[in-house]
Design a protein around this ligand. Structure first.
Ligand code: BMX
Ligand code: ZN
Length: 334
């Protein structure tokens, strides 16, 4: 089985996109229109080995296709990563314990040194906003927000056509906006963070607690099961999900008042459970936000579900000017 050599070619119509979340990594070869030439997925296995090693592993897998070309020309590599990313440096400024030991990882430098081509690293949900801007429901819009309800809850804020980054890149951590000042403790050290109520992890944990309090066996119950039970009308799951919808409605109402967006895009595994989920989020949000803000506001599902982060990661190679690392132009074997 051959391993392809990657070569930097600024005129290439392809880039590599890597989406690194708390549970899984997706990597793929993508183009500017969001077409995916090939893609693969691996569990992140947080805490077990280094994330850069895991990235090398998934790239090896991506280019190990039998009969593939010996040389593959690409514009560069885009990474969408969970955690707060220092945008200028492409390094992990801070990661919660969802990915232990990840804080401080100089991802861009590692990948540039390895592959000698442009590398962009951004927060996973900032990158999702790029997918929405270029290919998704938010095309042509200048003011919109993205939320991804996955292992954690991530956010991206687009104001006047630009991602809001804050002083070093940490802006948009919507999952850590408190929706209850006496609420559940959060993994980040905060209290009542949205993530505890609206992430898959939080939904699963609250359901297990609810079942245990009812004297039932809760072992292995996860968000997927809670969503299925909720859709089947189960009372315990409905109680948990009602809390999720109230938390989301409360967070979105505050964000709407703060940013006056035209659209809110919801992605991530939890939001992919279907239109009934989005309908309830709309209802709880509209109930809490001033009608002057919600009249023309749209709340919609993210573009192409799970691959949208990976595609957005690659789109960075068209969104920003290409910049070469300091030395060399040689393509490297994986
Ligand atoms: C967490 C935080 C965010 C991230 C969000 C969604 C870490 C490791 N993650 O709130 O930076 O955007 O989760 O991440 O600090 P995912 O793992 O659900 O994709
Ligand atoms: Zn938090």
């Amino acid at each position: 089985m051959g391993i392809t050599r990657l070569v930097y070619a600024p005129d290439s119509t392809y880039a590599i996109g890597i989406d690194l979340g708390g549970t899984k990594i997706n990597a793929g070869i993508v183009d500017e229109r969001g077409q995916v030439l090939s893609a693969c997925s691996l569990p992140t296995l947080p805490g077990q080995g280094s994330i850069p090693d895991r990235i090398m592993e998934i790239l090896g897998k991506l280019f190990q296709n039998e009969g593939g070309p010996d040389l593959f020309r690409i514009r560069g590599i885009g990474v969408a990563s969970a955690g707060q990313i220092n945008w200028e440096q492409g390094s992990v400024h801070f990661s919660t314990e969802l990915i232990p030991g990840y804080t401080g990882t100089p991802l861009r430098r590692i990948l540039e040194e390895r592959f000698q081509m442009p590398v962009f690293v951004d927060n996973d949900v900032n990158v999702l906003t790029l997918t929405e801007k270029r290919l998704g429901a938010a095309q042509g819009l200048r003011h919109f927000l993205c939320l991804a309800l996955g292992t954690g809850v991530g956010g991206g804020i687009m104001v006047d056509g630009q991602i809001v980054r804050g002083s070093w890149g940490g802006a948009g951590e919507i999952g850590h906006m408190s929706v209850d000042f006496d609420g559940l403790p959060c993994i980040c050290g905060g209290v009542g963070c949205l993530e505890q109520y609206a992430s898959g992890t939080g939904i699963g944990a609250r359901m297990r607690k609810e079942l245990e309090d009812m004297g039932q066996n809760a072992a292995g119950v996860d968000a997927r099961e809670v969503m299925a039970l909720w859709q089947a009308g189960d009372p315990a799951a409905s109680k948990i999900m009602d809390e999720t919808f109230r938390a989301l409605g409360s967070a979105l109402a505050s964000l709407i008042h703060m940013f006056n967006p035209e659209m809110i895009v919801l992605g991530g595994g939890v939001a992919e459970s279907g239109e009934a989920f989005i309908d309830r989020v709309r209802e709880e949000t509209m109930r809490r936000a001033m009608p002057s803000f919600t009249g023309s506001l749209r709340i919609v599902s993210a573009y192409r579900g799970n691959y949208s982060g990976m595609i957005g990661a690659g789109l960075q190679l068209w969104e920003y000017p290409l910049r070469m690392p300091a030395s060399g132009r040689e393509g490297k074997a994986l």
